[in-house]
Design a protein around this ligand. Structure first.
Ligand SMILES: *Cc1c(COP(=O)(O)O)cnc(C)c1O
Length: 425
């Protein structure tokens, strides 16, 4: 029994998290289901950034490094993010991009395992991991004379063997929305003598995370997806306290130095997570990111990440349930796991043909999802719909499924105008 639109509207009326949507600028007539790629704009961001530019930069100039606390932004924003991932204050910093932070933590993890067990020379990741993670891991493996082995999800546990140095996993898969059990896999990696690095790009701000309780070794994550930090927002990094001081990370820039303003000739890494900083923080971008993270922390009085998670699961379930009423007729397959414990905050649909055009036709109707092409190994095209519980309503999920049905039923997506490719998909 699939729910009616009236029932979806009633769910919004009953939704205690509904007021959180008011925090965002959302264009009229748009159902935004791409917050997993670029989070929506918080209403506070423009005036905050404007004030950083006009007052702090414009009036106070260089004094703002101290007077406005610019120099502490990587740590202050890191402390905010720590609350979302189960880390403690002082354990997270914001810096650089996810790709760059992955290079830092993977290098540290490789050097730790190399020192204690040089026979272990394999890094394992998933073939379906986000490509930048694989590219970074490839380059790093080459640099150390290691081997990067790519496996399917079902093969991960068997790949934990005496050759494994580091297991690199993305917690929620960007294509399918499938979520790993962080505690179970971390325990298995450790029992097998390896370290584990988790990429939280599609998790932070979307699902509750417990990096301590789940015993991760290193985590990195993205600022511009569910954290709503704005395009190209800086990323974050956490290292377990047992490792954080063990090795200096390879990008030994001055902001990670123990005393950057002593201008010493030799590098001495800061103690703690500050050593994962490299160069001067992007102050304007970090001001925007802080607003984005605040928009997620605003859920704390309503039950925080646990409440957001419950809503996210209800949203994705509703959408998948509606789509399942017509999926077979149009050769669509729901590829995201329908078991709540195994699903992140998105629903991905596989289709044999026309995926790009279908998404373009949806966008023309105001339903913004995105498209990920299949390749030789993952043959089906994927239509992705991300459900950010902070600002997505139940009626949006219902309407999005209705629009998808309309696009497919009418065949409008076959119109040539929807086939034209843009640079960013
Ligand atoms: C989005 C995403 C990234 C993005 O990396 P950038 O360095 O910000 O471009 C990296 N890894 C994963 C798994 C992602 O989903």
């Amino acid at each position: 029994m699939s729910i009616t639109r009236d029932q979806a509207v009633a769910m919004d009326v009953d939704d205690r998290l509904a007021p959180l949507r008011e925090q965002f600028v959302l264009p009229e007539g748009v159902i935004y289901l791409d917050g997993n790629s670029l989070g929506a704009l918080p209403k506070t961001t423009a005036s905050r950034v404007q004030s950083v530019i006009a007052n702090e930069w414009g009036q106070d100039l260089i004094a703002s490094w101290n007077s406005a606390g610019w120099i502490d932004l990587p740590r202050r924003t890191g402390d905010q993010i720590a609350r979302l991932i189960g880390a403690r204050a002082g354990e997270v910093v914001v810096a650089d991009s996810t790709s760059v932070n992955l290079f830092k933590v993977l290098s540290a993890a490789v050097r730790i395992t190399k020192a204690r067990d040089p026979e272990r020379t394999v890094i394992v990741s998933e073939r379906s991991n986000f490509p930048t993670d694989l590219y970074i891991a490839q380059a790093l493996a080459e640099q150390y004379g290691y081997h990067l082995r790519l496996v399917e999800k079902e093969e991960i546990v068997d790949a934990i063997n005496p050759q494994l140095a580091v297991l690199l996993l993305t917690h929620v898969n960007y294509r399918t929305g499938a979520m790993h059990d962080m505690a179970a896999l971390s325990a298995k990696a450790h029992a097998g003598g390896a370290l584990i690095v988790w990429d939280l790009a599609h998790s932070a701000g979307a699902v509750p995370l417990h990096v301590h309780a789940d015993d991760a070794d290193f985590v990195i994550g993205c600022g511009y997806k569910y954290l709503n930090g704005g395009p190209g927002a800086p990323a974050f990094v956490w290292a377990h306290p047992r490792w954080v001081d063990r090795f200096q990370q390879p990008l030994s820039g001055w902001m990670g130095h123990a005393v950057p303003f002593a201008f010493e000739t030799g590098y001495l890494p800061a103690s703690g997570i500050a050593r994962y900083l490299c160069g001067t923080p992007a102050v304007i971008a970090m001001a925007a990111l802080a607003c984005g993270v605040d928009s997620v922390l605003a859920a704390e009085p309503y039950g925080g990440m646990a409440a957001l998670r419950a809503k996210s699961l209800a949203l994705t379930r509703l959408f998948a349930d509606r789509v399942s009423t017509f999926a077979a007729e149009f050769d669509l397959a729901i590829v995201s796991p329908m078991d709540d414990a195994l699903r992140g905050s998105q629903v991905s649909l596989a289709c044999e043909a026309g995926g790009y055009a279908i998404v373009q036709a949806l966008i023309a109707r105001g339903v913004i999802g995105d498209f990920r092409a299949g390749d030789a190994l993952q043959s089906a095209d994927i239509l992705r719909f991300g459900f950010t519980p902070l600002y997505t309503r139940f009626v949006d999920a219902w309407d999005a499924a209705w629009h998808l049905h309309e696009v497919l039923r009418s065949g409008i997506w076959r119109d040539a105008c929807y086939a034209e490719r843009h640079a960013v998909t």
